[in-house]
Write a protein that binds this ligand. Structure first.
Ligand code: ADP
Ligand code: MG
Length: 337
């Protein structure tokens, strides 16, 4: 099986079956401990329900929130839970597992991911860098001698990579992505309306009326929250224009990351990108107009991958099928550990 261990969502893809698991990368624990609630079953959707609504003694944690592993034990519990869940539902799953990890994680963190997958029952575990998996999943010609650029905008991190000959030539990972867009919306609601809204409400605003550029019709949405002055529940109406304005700051950080990475590219690779353009993956690729602003900023063609949120998971599964072809990359990766 191939696993996309994302900052927001974990997906599992099995050869011949497609995506068999798609759950939030969230774990609910008893405060001050690493003990997962409900006998280790308060993971994924179950835990997400608890986010922001947990009583004092419970916290819902996203252990990979910033693209680094904040807590090894909790990450291990989460990964183990997902692997067992998939093994339970499928008649037979090969014991080989490929896991896509954020490109910024350290050797110690890689080791921890490998160990936890092994403890969860995998016989052989391989790690692949997330942008590589995204490129494979998006169908880019990454093994060929031509450069491709992939921009994966997730929840906690945006990963930008230039790939050629099955290797990452340039790669930048920044901790600015979907979560920061939600936060920008929360701040806007505070500043403009004195209204406190939750993370889930902010995310809904972003998905339903948010945009990076004026594409399509402008709309409005009703929002509920708590008035910061009276302290009482209240609702108001916000427009798509003001949400777009609120998103400018995180979006320019993402644009800067893309242009900085392009500036570092070898001239021959840069030349390839003139023809091949940029491909967007991750949930952030679904923000309306994100392709437009990136294209304006770089002058390159920008395409959104098919089904961008499953790109990495599908890529890991394809990587596993062709594991022999990847031996070189893979072995050098394991040597480092
Ligand atoms: P990760 O790989 O870090 O787990 P994902 O690729 O699963 O992240 O993307 C999750 C992010 O994408 C979240 O911040 C979510 O709010 C955002 N997202 C999902 N759908 C949309 C959408 N339609 N418009 C804008 N953002 C979206
Ligand atoms: Mg991802």
């Amino acid at each position: 099986m191939g696993i996309d261990l994302g900052t927001c969502n974990t997906l599992v893809c099995v050869r011949g079956e497609g995506i068999v698991l798609n759950e939030p990368s969230v774990v609910a624990v008893k405060k001050g401990t690493n003990r997962v609630l409900q006998n280790g079953n308060a993971v994924g959707w179950v835990a997400k329900e608890m986010l922001g609504k947990t009583p004092g003694s419970i916290t819902a944690i996203r252990p990979l929130k910033d693209g680094v592993i904040s807590d090894f034990e909790i990450t291990e519990s989460m990964l183990g839970y997902f692997i067992r869940k998939v093994q339970g539902r499928s008649r037979f799953i090969g014991p080989r597992v490929v896991i896509a990890v954020p490109s910024g994680i350290t050797a110690v963190e890689k080791r921890a991911v490998l160990d936890s997958a092994e403890r969860a029952g995998a016989r052989r575990v391989y790690l692949v860098e997330e942008p590589m998996a995204a490129g494979i999943g998006a169908g880019l010609p990454i093994v060929e001698a031509t450069a491709s650029m992939i921009v994966d905008i997730g929840g906690g991190t945006t990963e930008v990579a230039i790939i050629s000959l099955a290797d990452i030539a340039e790669c930048t990972s920044v901790r600015v992505a979907g979560d920061d867009m939600d936060e920008a919306i929360i701040n806007h609601m505070k500043k403009t309306y004195n209204l406190m809204v939750g993370e889930q409400t902010a995310e809904r605003l972003k998905m339903e009326i948010g945009s990076a550029a004026p594409v399509g019709e402008e709309t409005t949405m009703e929002v509920r929250g708590r008035d910061m002055i009276s302290g009482l529940p209240r609702k108001t109406v916000v427009t798509s224009e003001e949400i777009r304005e609120a998103l400018q700051e995180p979006l320019s950080a993402i644009i800067n990351t893309v242009t900085r990475t392009l500036e570092r590219a070898e001239p021959e690779l840069a030349a390839d990108l003139v023809d091949n353009g940029i491909v967007l993956a991750g949930g952030g690729a679904l923000l309306h107009g994100i392709d437009v602003i990136l294209s304006n900023a770089t002058g390159l063609d920008v395409r959104i991958a098919d089904d961008p949120m499953t790109c990495v998971a599908r890529g890991t599964s394809i990587y596993l099928e062709n594991i022999e072809d990847w031996k070189n990359t893979m072995e050098s990766d394991l040597d480092e550990l």
